[in-house]
Ligand binder design. Structure first.
Ligand code: URA
Length: 205
């Protein structure tokens, strides 16, 4: 509710999710964040893409994947032939965890506790959207989607069983692709990322 107490019941619509996320007090991350960022996309998307948490620009815009990682994601989706507008894009954690260094806000990986607290919202989005396939982008997303740690390098690019009707796919996080120092390794990881998105889209079709 808007007075800061916990919601009475689970949200039934994406509008309720968006409003609820912005007022969420299930963990402390709301204190230093601008917006709680809910997912975006059609309510009946066949494919759901799950990231880690909003970054600096997403926090300021209140929208998922609109910053540098979003540009990598957009480019890879385009290369894979996946229309982003037909996917539901969200994050495992809805508030931006960061620390201040001077005026700069430095990304911090959310803890397992944050992922666990925020699963309330991810589960609500899953129940409402009912995607056929859920792609977890990176380890934090996979922890949120599967409820347990998944080794990305070992498990990427294949259909994994989930407790709900959906099938799960894990792949790299787009920010990881930005950070790989070696050019060849980076190109290989990017190509694998595009392949995984292609695979997930086909699986969802
Ligand atoms: N990284 C994420 O995981 N999610 C976003 O929304 C932006 C960057």
């Amino acid at each position: 509710s808007r007075d800061g107490s916990f919601e009475e019941g689970a949200p039934a619509t994406l509008e309720e999710v968006a409003a609820g996320v912005d007022f969420c007090r299930r963990c402390e991350l709301w204190r230093d964040a601008t917006y709680g960022v809910a997912g975006e996309g059609p309510g009946k998307a066949r494919l759901m893409l799950v990231g880690e948490q909003p970054g600096d620009q997403e926090d300021l815009a209140g929208r998922p994947f609109v910053g540098p990682a979003g540009r990598v994601l957009d480019e890879a989706l385009e290369a894979a032939g996946v229309p982003r507008a037909e996917t539901y894009v969200t994050n495992a954690v809805k508030h931006f965890r960061h620390e201040l260094r001077g005026k700069r806000r430095i990304h911090q990986t959310p803890s397992a506790g944050h992922v666990s607290a925020c699963r309330w919202w991810l589960d609500a989005e899953r129940r409402i959207v009912r995607p056929r396939v859920i792609v977890a982008l990176g380890a934090t997303a996979a922890l949120g989607v599967f409820g347990k740690p998944v080794a990305i390098g070992k498990s990427r690019g294949q259909a994994l069983q989930l407790a709900d009707q959906a099938q799960g796919v894990v792949t790299y996080h787009p920010s990881y692709l930005l950070r790989v120092p070696d050019a060849e390794t980076k190109a290989q990881a990017y190509a694998a990322f595009v392949e995984d998105l292609k695979f997930a889209w086909k699986l969802a079709g």
